[in-house]
Design a protein around this ligand. Structure first.
Ligand code: ARG
Length: 585
């Protein structure tokens, strides 16, 4: 099954060459959605620029194009409008055949890519001994959606959790725990993450205030780096502790990641500095080893260095990222490397990428991108915080979504006088609550800040997960009521598109392929949300206007196919966003 635009493009390309010669092969037909649906579905805007190029009036060019355009199996006779627009209206018979092709395809018309790539996606990446915060939540949700989309398109994706598990802060923490809570360094589970975070804070205060303690902490770092056994064991215990708590969130959200934290690259850091030295890129400044790249300046407008080794010999966050780039390219063989973090790290990545480019570590055929996202804000429009001003714990935030969903559900069940089992209520609350959080995040253009509002994300109306899930549930209701076997139906039924609502729904369904492929390129999952939202709206209009179970055959079967195709599209689309559907809710 080919997308309509790609078929139209091919036909136009042929027309251009027969009409104007081979040298116009590959001319962009400049196809856009029709500006006014009364004129059709698409318009070709190429006659204007071709007119200029060939020195002829655009309307005459448009006429010549039409005369050479073999398109009768797809569109009604094209019409020329205004200065030379060519309007195209799709034929119902063509749409019917396309809908059928989509219905019998388990991938709903989205073919796996012909050029699969190895893709490394660096996302989630919280820090040991610190709580995961909402920024990590965004990274986790967006990164997972991008991974699912690229995996579905047939790419070979490595989902990397670049957790912050290394650095001088561990020296400080271990030195402090040795004093106040030594069991934590020898016995698993003697602290929970909350305690650990509190100790971390106290350790930091101590570090800033007390010179002797500072020195002890430094020695712990040296011991950690040289592999001293007890320090290593203490460090490992701290990591395990945090890791278990992160895993609770990942399980809840159904997120799969391969952990490859900062410590993984530790042995590779000296070579990064050596190689930069032999390339002549290193400059010493106040004892620190730096790389300068054009275009990076500080607030005062002075050149801003990327420090790869501090004067005390320690390495930086950036050094690790340079080592990671090399590893992902050389060892993983990644052709596309994607970093999902808040936009606050945009400069860091731009600078690291620039240094790696300058060192010639990024081959021509490797694409490396930072996928930034905005802040999560409270209803006051400021960075999301608890009432006491602390960062919101993710676990609390997710639990609250589930609790609120449950309250809404219980009220609804009471209003509808429905009796449901505890198991049903728990399951639905969990799925809807978590889906709502994911969807609210993904439905925004990721670059912008968004306001976190339980009321909005849990509403049954609007661009929300519950609205989408409800459309799916509606179709399952039809299936149960009519005792329909959709699999059999999809395989055999004829599709008939007569009324406006059917045509509108069918045309929208057929755009799935293009939307998903586009998101595989621009990595903007909100476009899938928008597509699914419009699909649900169009489906609901169709459902209000066209009787389904009460219709006469062959219309009844045709409409059932549209229902099922809508449901399957919702299921697939939501699945790409990491959201599962429900049979009933
Ligand atoms: N741990 C970092 C943070 O919490 C995010 C790491 C992102 N990935 C990377 N390769 N730098 O901000």
């Amino acid at each position: 099954m080919f997308s309509t635009t790609s078929q139209l493009k091919a036909r136009f390309d042929k027309a251009f060459t027969t009409a104007f010669g081979e040298n116009l092969a590959g001319t962009d037909p400049m196809l856009t959605a029709a500006s006014n649906p009364n004129f059709g579905d698409f318009q070709c805007n190429a006659a204007m620029s071709l007119g200029k190029k060939l020195g002829k009036p655009p309307r005459a060019i448009a006429q010549t194009i039409i005369e050479n355009l073999d398109i009768a199996d797809i569109c009604e006779t094209p019409e020329i409008a205004g200065p030379g627009f060519i309007n195209l209206k799709l034929k119902p018979a063509y749409l019917e055949a396309q809908v059928r092709a989509m219905a019998i395809d388990s991938r709903l018309g989205i073919a796996p890519t012909e050029t699969p790539q190895k893709v490394a996606i660096d996302f989630s990446s919280p820090n040991i001994a610190k709580e995961m915060h909402v920024g990590h939540l965004r990274s986790t949700i967006i990164g997972d959606a991008i991974a699912r989309i690229l995996e579905f398109l047939g790419h070979d994706v490595i989902r990397i959790n670049h957790i912050g598990d290394w650095g001088t802060q561990f020296g400080m923490l271990i030195a402090y725990l040795r004093e106040v809570h030594p069991e934590a360094l020898t016995t698993a589970d003697s602290l929970d993450l909350g305690d650990l975070v509190a100790f971390y804070r106290q350790a930091k205060q101590r570090f800033d205030a007390d010179e002797t303690f500072k020195e002890t902490a430094r020695q712990e770092v040296v011991k950690l780096q040289s592999g001293a056994e007890d320090t290593r064991r203490a460090w490992k215990l701290l990591c395990d502790q945090s890791r278990r708590e992160f895993q609770v969130i990942y399980n809840l959200l159904d997120i799969k990641l391969t952990e490859r934290g900062e410590s993984f690259y530790n042995p590779l850091l000296p070579a990064v500095v050596e190689d930069l030295t032999s390339l002549g890129l290193l400059v010493e400044s106040d004892g620190a080893k730096c790389v300068f790249v054009d275009g990076f300046t500080n607030k005062e407008g002075e050149p801003l260095p990327l420090i790869v080794q501090k004067s005390d010999g320690g390495y930086n966050y950036a050094t690790t990222d340079l080592a990671a780039i090399r590893y992902r390219i050389q060892e993983d063989g990644a052709k596309r490397i994607i970093y999902v973090t808040d936009s606050g790290q945009a400069n860091h990545f731009a600078q690291v990428f620039a240094v790696a480019r300058k060192a010639n570590w990024i081959p021509e055929d490797v694409e490396i991108v930072h996928v930034p996202f905005g802040l999560v804000c409270g209803e006051d429009g400021k960075r999301l915080k608890t009432r006491s001003g602390d960062a919101v714990r993710l676990q609390d935030l997710l639990d609250e979504a589930i609790v609120r969903t449950r309250a809404d559900l219980e009220t609804r069940l009471e209003d509808e006088k429905r009796q449901e089992t505890e198991e049903f209520i728990t399951h639905v609350s969990q799925v809807v609550g978590l889906s709502a959080v994911k969807y609210a995040d993904l439905s925004q253009n990721r670059a912008s800040n968004y306001v976190f509002s339980y009321d909005k994300m849990l509403a049954l109306q609007g661009n929300t997960a519950p609205y989408m899930l409800y459309a799916y549930v509606r179709v399952q209701g039809i299936r149960r009521k009519g005792g329909i076997d959709f699999d059999n139906l999809d395989a055999g039924a004829k599709v008939i598109l007569e009324s406006d609502a059917e045509l509108v729904l069918a045309k929208h369904l057929l755009q799935l392929n293009e939307v998903v492929n586009a998101v595989g390129g621009d990595l903007l999952p909100n476009r899938i949300c928008q597509y699914l939202f419009e699909l649900s709206q169009k489906f609901n209009q169709f459902f209000e206007q066209c009787p389904v179970l009460k219709a006469e055959e062959p219309l009844r079967s045709s409409r059932l196919v549209l229902c099922d195709l809508t449901a399957r599209t919702l299921q697939l689309g939501l699945g790409l966003l990491g959201i599962q559907v429900l049979e009933r809710m």
